[in-house]
Design a protein around this ligand. Structure first.
Ligand code: NAD
Length: 505
């Protein structure tokens, strides 16, 4: 039997990875109003495999006019999508979830090809990202309103949640599937439509997800994908932030770009949902189970080769357990961090995403080493494997005058500092404009509660190195963002409260 998926593949380009493996769900066109289209200008840009620097394929390098066409399509689709029943939206989201689950291996191949992460991690991302579609398929049917006792006789106050309209979804490359589903699942559940602008490094995953959405029955115009190179991103961003038909800008990426988009959105008093950079502290107190902390340090630091917004960025270790912790951590890195292309069996650490990121990590470590920091393990690029590979590294003796002390590293480098008191570590942890994830390892329950209260971060994990899921509310404070994704609050980002007063005649 030929499935609809296979039929659609017959009409689409295919690619053989490493000379033998076919990359399914590969699309060379963008997706606007249910059509697979090229850029108005016909321009294209290459998508590179960071593991071997080879071109995977080319996709449309779209411009402002293409973005405008996508917003118009989403705006037109909104007129009918907003009036579908919650049950219909739930059903379609669930079908999209099923399609993605069925195609986990194909989607994972695409993620690995364009982002470099090991296949096992790519599969993990599909499971994680897909859990948002499943979650919001359920949530769609529980976007309830309120009836409030009136202060006036014979009157009724009703509050209902209305969809915001077209949502501009701008996403990064580090989780190219999950960063889309946790926004699009929520906004579709709320009754909104969207234009997705995926990161220039990873447009293929977004296009594959859109293909599966189409096959799941998502009506034309509800999801649109506009691809572009970095050069054209500002012009597209301007349309996606300023077009009057856009009701909300939902962005995940750097704080720098987040501020630019926030500025443009403010001109039209648009709603924003911003998931920005982090600078997570990973705190280990003397009472902690040190082996457990070291195990979770591996998850918090080396997942996606250190390229995660909630990745541990500063290891703050009590002086009494510093040596024990760093030795346990080093042992695990030596054994567990196996570099190579993500398609190779046993590889746990892929390349960095692109040349800029590789240069950034190299520059930060070189600067620290030149000013007296010590590399306990690693400390240099692994050019013998590929141009974007960097050794998994532990740095000690890092001082405030080194650039790496305060910056979000976004690479496989663990900077370990010593502290002496709880008060001191809280001050160090909070001394950043970022406030996304944080990690605390302690067996002292009172201390765990104190840390939860005192850490200025949107999320605090106690004795755990992984905190993301569809059920909790993911998000940051300070310059790490505005709004929450996942949980029942994820949908609220895409709705307005409407107040209706009924006066009995
Ligand atoms: P980035 O900000 O450089 O790019 C993100 C997206 O914005 C890309 O699609 C890019 O093309 C687009 N973009 C860039 N300039 C634009 C402009 N002027 N107008 C419109 N769009 C524009 O971020 P990145 O390098 O892709 O991702 C890494 C950053 O993302 C890190 O700082 C990381 O912490 C953050 N991040 C945050 C979360 C979170 O949930 N808080 C999750 C993942 C990544």
């Amino acid at each position: 039997m030929i499935s609809s998926c296979v039929v659609s593949l017959l009409n689409k380009p295919s690619l053989f990875l490493n000379g033998s493996r076919r990359l399914h769900l590969l699309n060379k066109n963008a997706y606007i109003n249910g059509q697979w289209v090229s850029a108005g200008s016909k321009a294209v840009f290459p998508v590179i495999n960071p593991a071997d620097d080879k071109v995977i394929t080319e996709v449309p390098d779209m411009e402002a006019a293409d973005a405008k066409a996508a917003v118009d399509a989403a705006s037109s689709a909104f007129k009918t999508w907003k009036d579908t029943t919650a049950k219909e939206r739930s059903y379609i989201l669930r079908k999209w979830y099923d399609m993605c689950a069925k195609n986990t291996d194909h989607l994972a191949q695409i993620i690995t090809a364009e982002s470099g992460k090991p296949l096992a991690e790519s599969k993990g991302e599909i499971v994680y990202g897909n859990s948002f579609l499943e979650w919001f398929a359920d949530t769609a049917r529980h976007i309830n309103g309120e009836v409030i006792p009136s202060p006036w006789p014979n009157k009724t106050i009703m509050l209902t949640r209305q969809p915001l309209g077209v949502v501009s979804v701008i996403t990064p490359w580090n989780f190219p599937f999950a960063m889309i589903t946790r926004k699009v699942g929520a906004l579709m559940a709320a009754g909104c439509t969207c234009v997705i602008k995926p990161a220039e490094d990873t447009p293929l995953t977004a296009l594959a997800a859109a293909q599966l959405a189409e096959e799941a029955g998502v009506p034309k115009g509800v999801i649109n994908v506009v691809t572009s190179s970095r050069k054209n991103a500002p012009a597209i961003g301007k349309v996606l932030c300023e077009d009057p038909n856009v009701g909300c800008i939902s962005f995940t990426g750097s704080t720098h770009v987040g501020k630019i988009l926030y500025g443009m959105a403010s001109k039209g008093i648009k709603r924003v949902s911003l998931e920005l950079g982090g600078n997570a502290p990973f705190i280990v107190f003397p009472s902690a189970d040190i082996e457990h902390a070291a195990e979770h340090a591996m998850l918090a630091k080396f997942r996606n080769n250190g390229q995660a917004c909630v990745g541990a960025n500063r290891f703050l270790i009590h002086k009494d357990v510093f040596d024990t912790f760093v030795q346990a951590f080093k042992k695990r890195i030596a054994k567990g961090c196996i570099m190579g292309p993500g398609t190779k069996e046993g590889v746990t650490c892929g390349p960095l995403i692109n040349t800029e990121q590789a240069k950034k990590v190299t520059g930060l470590v070189d600067d620290a080493l030149s000013k007296g920091a010590k590399a306990l393990i690693g400390g240099k690029p692994a050019v013998e494997i590929g141009s974007k590979f960097y050794e998994s590294t532990i740095l000690t003796d890092v001082k405030p005058e080194m650039k790496i002390y305060a910056e979000e590293i976004f690479g496989p480098v663990a900077v370990c500092h010593k502290f002496e008191t709880e008060q001191e570590v809280v001050a160090i942890a909070n001394s950043t404009r970022s406030g996304l994830g944080s990690y605390v390892f302690t067996k002292d329950l009172g201390q765990a509660f104190r840390m939860s209260r005192q850490l200025d971060f949107g999320m605090v994990a106690i004795n755990d190195g992984i905190l993301s899921a569809a059920e909790p509310a993911f998000g940051g404070i300070k310059e790490s963002g505005i709004g929450r994704e996942g949980s029942k609050h994820g949908v609220e980002e895409y709705t307005d409260i409407k107040y209706t007063l009924f006066s009995a005649l």
